[in-house]
Design a protein around this ligand. Structure first.
Ligand code: FMN
Length: 210
């Protein structure tokens, strides 16, 4: 089913970018893509896997698996992740002043699966507490964040975190790729992508239509 997707560029006041846009202006480029093709294309983009944890107003621990962690700024140190606005954890995470990003190691696929279950944000007792927040034991890296801003991005909210504390462990990260959990230590797999040619053709067609 064709859907309308949008690509937006946000610029901050005083930022001379993009050249043909006005600073502070939200520019939107609308294009039409097939949702299945979009999902397929993104399934071939490997992502690190993290669990974002926090506590709600009653002090209950929450955690949600995300593959959208990205670095945003070096000075100040900012990161971002994107949260589905229809998820049960959305309101808790977007109203929490502080949260912890736990980057998972390649032996933690079960943890990732647990926190990606709808309604499965409860902890099973195997967590630890770091800076007063629930934390995933043996996470590879932990970033303590203070919420720095929220931006609406389509059906998701972009959550920006100001990084206040960092713990870096050792090990190999867990990677999500082609709808499965992988390790960077795995031997390279033959890429089986039946849609690849079709995707390339779709992109080429879109170019030609402009
Ligand atoms: C590998 C992986 C990465 C995911 N990344 C995200 C993400 O970045 N943002 C998001 O909102 N959901 C993401 N999800 C889905 C959420 O983990 C899942 O929908 C969430 O736990 C929904 O539960 P809730 O509605 O009970 O909060 C991901 C799931 C998996 C398996």
């Amino acid at each position: 089913m064709p859907v309308r997707g949008s690509l937006s560029w946000l610029t901050c006041p005083g930022t001379p970018w993009p050249a043909d846009g006005r600073p502070g202006e939200l520019r939107e480029h609308v294009m039409t893509v097939n949702q299945a093709t979009f999902r397929e294309a993104l399934a071939h983009v490997p992502t690190a896997v993290s669990v974002v944890t926090t506590v709600d107003v009653r002090g209950e621990p929450w955690g949600v698996t995300v593959g959208t962690l990205g670095s945003l700024s070096l000075a100040p140190p900012l990161v971002l992740f994107c949260l589905d606005r229809s998820s049960a954890s959305h309101d808790v995470l977007t109203t929490s002043a502080r949260f912890l990003i736990n980057v998972l190691g390649d032996r933690q696929a079960e943890v990732a699966a647990w926190f990606s279950n709808r309604g499965g944000h409860g902890f099973d007792g195997h967590h630890t507490t770091v800076h007063g927040l629930p934390a995933i034991s043996e996470a590879l890296t932990r970033l303590l964040c203070v919420q720095n801003g929220l931006i609406r991005g389509g059906d998701h909210t972009i959550v920006i975190g100001s990084v206040e504390n960092i713990e870096i462990g050792t090990g190999t990260p867990l990677v999500y790729y082609e709808r499965g959990y992988r390790s960077l230590a795995d031997p390279p797999a033959e890429s089986v992508n039946p849609l690849a040619r079709r995707v390339v053709r779709t992109v080429a067609d879109a170019h030609n239509r402009r």
